[in-house]
Design a protein around this ligand. Structure first.
Ligand code: PZK
Length: 287
């Protein structure tokens, strides 16, 4: 990062810098979190895989929804973005019942006001993708909210607009991914407004950190599914009997290599480009 940039925010595995009044730099590190704890061992190239996938989707969905990407840096892990007024809702879309979607369905037969058919199993596909907004709770965990609460946060009209955009983006990505052997169980979008009040897709999109990706070949509804990328590292951590409190365990070399290979495989399948080509010339995902 040659020019002066002010650090304006940290996520668990990402950093945000201000380049000027109009532009931000979003940098994805190689850190990995599991069970909400950042592990002491990095996964080489994880940040480049996530940034490359985000940029790939931004390029392919620009006719569905405007987005904040201005430029992809040559390091492959940094995106220059338009600075926006972020909306205070997380726009989750679910095509399959996992995590809190499955929990809510089991307890009430519905998910965020969407009444679903009886008899669905854990990880079942839902008849049509559902929009289940959430908000950042004080605990740091996202909390599902109903339509009325979401409308209080952004207004009824804006809510309808982000719902439509979110469902369209999910359908596009999910159709694309399924053809390439990946199921997108659910995903989270974040939107902002530009200086004209227009809706703009922001943050990272359709990455393994913002979505549940499942290998289609192993899909068996009726239980939880292995996630494409992190499962390998997660299984290793559980095999140690770690209590899931900070600090997490160091990962041995073979677990690092296996986890990296899974991220790189997800990139290759979804982008349809060998990861090595992306490393050579990141802009290959924009063409
Ligand atoms: C913005 N975050 C999340 C926090 C990170 C990311 N285009 C934008 N304009 C204004 N603000 C944001 C964005 C985007 N994207 C994103 N917080 C603010 C976040 C910490 C580290 F990398």
């Amino acid at each position: 990062m040659p020019e002066a940039a002010l650090h304006v925010g940290s996520g668990k595995v990402r950093e945000l810098y201000a380049l000027d009044d109009e532009r931000l730099l979003l940098v994805a590190s190689d850190r990995i979190s599991t069970f909400d704890v950042v592990l002491p061992t990095e996964i080489p190239d994880k940040g480049r895989v996530l940034t490359g996938l985000s940029a790939f989707w931004f390029a392919r969905t620009q006719d569905l929804c405007a987005n904040h990407l201005l430029a992809l840096r040559a390091d492959g892990r940094s995106m220059e973005c338009r600075r926006l007024e972020m909306l205070p809702v997380e726009c989750v879309v679910r095509g399959y019942l996992a995590g809190s979607g499955w929990k809510d369905y089991r307890e009430s037969g519905s998910v965020c006001g969407h009444v679903l058919p009886e008899g669905l199993l854990e990880s079942s596909e839902v008849p049509a993708p559902v929009f289940t907004p959430s908000t950042k709770a004080a605990t740091g965990h996202d909390e599902n909210i109903d339509r009325e609460q979401a409308a209080e946060l952004v207004g009824t009209e804006r809510l309808e607009e982000v719902e439509q955009a979110s469902i369209s983006l999910y359908r596009f990505a999910s159709d694309h991914a399924r053809k390439r052997g990946v199921l997108i169980a659910d995903t989270k979008f974040e939107f902002g407004l530009d200086d004209q009040g227009r809706l703009v897709l922001a943050d990272e999109v359709l990455t393994p950190d913002s979505s549940r990706f499942w290998p289609a070949d192993d899909y068996r509804p009726g239980g939880s599914q292995p996630s494409f990328d992190k499962q390998f590292a997660r299984d290793y951590c559980e095999s140690l009997g770690w209590d899931k409190s900070d600090p997490g365990p160091e990962l041995p070399e073979d677990v690092v290599a296996g986890t990296r290979a899974r991220y790189v495989d997800a990139f290759g399948r979804l982008a349809g480009i060998p990861f090595a080509d992306y490393v050579d010339d990141p802009e290959v995902v924009l063409r």
